[in-house]
Structure formats: structure tokens, C-alpha cells
Design a protein around this ligand. Sequence first.
Ligand SMILES: [Zn+2]
Ligand SMILES: [Zn+2]
Length: 234
Amino acid sequence: MAIGVTMDWISGELELAFKEENCPICVLLDEAEERFFFWFALEGIGDGATRDALAARGETFCRRHARRLIEAVKESGRLLSASTIARELTERVLCSLTDVSHPLRHKRGDVASFPVTAGCTACQSLDEREANLISIFVYNIADPDFVERYKRSFGLCLSHRAMAIATAGSKKIKKSIVSIEVDKLQELSFALEEAIRKSRVEFSHEPKGAEMNAWQQALLKLSVYKSSNFGRGG
Ligand SMILES: [Zn+2]
Ligand SMILES: [Zn+2]
């Protein structure tokens, strides 16, 4: 697929994701994660080339994705393939611990300095998708129609706001993102204030609206996509 077509496709996905009450990058990453495990549990684990590539890169799964894979395998019923990949992983780690000449050892016999693994294969795939989504999001900030849809949306979570600002090439784009996100947080802060006020006995007769759910929006908006994002700024 040509780069322009891919960009148009992803821009369209982002605009659709703006309709959700959630960060559009988080929405698309959750979908990508679902697709990854659907494919991996159905085809990836039964495919020798996929398993060889995983072994060649020295990858395994983080705890969250190991649990997700277990669920996906139970749904797909590919238990034999799951046992095969689990045996290969076990053999690989066993070999790296018992073979004193293993290339992953920093020096012969030095077990303590052993690298645990090269990373989680699902996280690597999602990190690539995340970087791609962020760069196309930032690129689209030059388009006034896209900005209008962004303004009317939920906006970005803490992780993706920080990543978008870090990726933006110009001060003008950084300022646009900050200004939209400040407006969103001010709206949220006002809604929370209203919800707190209307919860008081003396104002409890007043009609209640969307502000009563603002606490859920705030918790979602002020969350980070993964715990390794903590400390990246925000
Ligand atoms: Zn997000
Ligand atoms: Zn992972």
C-alpha cells in the first residue's frame, strides 16, 4: 500500500476514533492489540516462521500479554500450537542458562548479568503502531477539519498527549495541542465542580446531567497507556 494511501487510511481511523469517549490513540491501540492476539492465537503460534522470528529476536511476552495470549489460545482452541511455542520458549531460556558458551552471556559463566529477554513481541508490535499513529495524528494537526474534530472529541490521554507534543516538529503544532488539551481539562474541571456542587443536599433538587459522569472521563483522560510511560513528562 502506498504511503499516501496508508496515511489517508490511518487518518480516517483516527477520525472515527474521535467519536469514542476515550483517547483515539488508546482506542486504536486496543483494537490493534485485539487483532494481534486474534491473529497470533489462530495463526502466528502455528507458523514456524513466526516462531523462528520471535526466537531470533530473543522475544517473549510481558505479563499482561502472556495473560492475554492465554485467553486468546483458550478462545481459539490451538492448544497444541500453544504447547509447541511454550516448549520452544522454555528450551531457549533453559539453553541460555545452562550453555556456558551461549552468545547472550556477557562473559563466560556470568549468570547474574544475563539479559532476561529482548522484550515482549506484542509490546514491540504495539509500540510501532503507537509511533505510527502519533506521527499521523501530529501531521494532521495542519488540517483545520481534523483540528475541529479533535476539539469536539475526548482528546488525548496523558501518555499520548506527551508523545504527540514530543513528536510535533513545530512550536505552532505543539501550542495547538496544548491549547486544545487545556480547554478540555478546563471543561472537565468545571464539570467536576458542578457534579460536586449538585451532590450537596442544598442543591440536590437541580437537574443532573453529563457532569455526573465527569469523574469517569477524568480518570480515563488522566491515565497513562502503560506504566512504563510514567515519568515521561506530561
Ligand atoms: Zn491514549
Ligand atoms: Zn507486552
